[in-house]
Design a protein around this ligand. Structure first.
Ligand SMILES: Nc1nc2c(ncn2[C@@H]2O[C@H](COP(=O)(O)OP(=O)(O)OP(=O)(O)O)[C@@H](O)[C@H]2O)c(=O)[nH]1
Ligand SMILES: [Mg+2]
Length: 197
């Protein structure tokens, strides 16, 4: 049965992992560098531009935000790796993220976002290694594809797959939240992951 995304709504923001509600539904997690387009992609998937707050300024999302979708939760994580941030803020971020992943949660998949225009960054590699070490299911969404040409997209996708040393069974989906590329594919991949979780 098709999921009615219009029913999706904001659930809660958590600044402290210990407060996060106990798990019932599978969770689809959005992770990636600050400003990579996590909140925008989540809005594109849910077909509602105003659900998650978007900003041109990195570091917009500083809490773990839960969105209730029929059959699952979408979880918008605060981004990592923006320059103008204090050591204390970085430590808070690590505490929050580790606190979340340390809980026995029902994670359907982690959508790991990487900007298609840039080569793999140390922090992205760390994120993917972290997910692999923990045996968490994940896929990679390359974002902002509208900013480069068709040929460059394919080249960059191949190149990033090699840089991350991704096995063939890890999906990589080229997306543009503004132009709509890859949104249907990603939605299908997420729905399948939720069914299997
Ligand atoms: N051209 C283009 N711009 C995008 C796309 N996705 C996001 N952006 C822009 O990128 C900027 C950051 O987007 P956000 O969705 O707030 O990024 P985020 O990853 O949630 O950032 P944090 O909350 O800081 O971690 C905004 O100016 C968006 O409009 C896309 O597909 N294409
Ligand atoms: Mg955000």
């Amino acid at each position: 049965m098709a999921i009615n995304y219009q029913l999706a709504k904001f659930s809660r923001a958590y600044g402290n992992a210990s407060q996060i509600q106990a798990t019932t539904l599978p969770e689809v997690v959005f992770a990636g560098r600050s400003n990579v387009g996590k909140s925008t992609l989540l809005n594109a998937l849910l077909g509602n531009k105003n659900l998650a707050k978007v900003s041109q300024k990195p570091g917009k999302t500083a809490t773990i935000n839960f969105f209730e979708v029929p059959g699952c939760y979408y979880v918008d994580l605060p981004g990592y790796g923006f320059a103008q941030v204090s050591l204390k803020a970085r430590q808070e971020w690590a505490k929050l993220i580790n606190g979340y992943f340390d809980q026995k949660r029902r994670i359907a998949t982690v959508v790991t976002l990487v900007d298609i225009r840039h080569d793999a960054n140390k922090l992205d590699v760390q994120m993917i290694d972290f997910l692999r070490d923990r045996g968490l299911p994940f896929l990679v969404a390359l974002t902002k594809a509208d900013k480069i040409g068709r040929q460059a997209r394919l080249q960059q996708a191949d190149s990033l797959r090699r840089q991350f040393e991704l096995p063939d069974d890890v999906r990589m989906i080229v997306t543009s939240s503004t132009a709509g590329d890859g949104i249907k594919d990603l939605r299908r991949a997420i729905e399948a992951a939720c069914r299997e979780a």
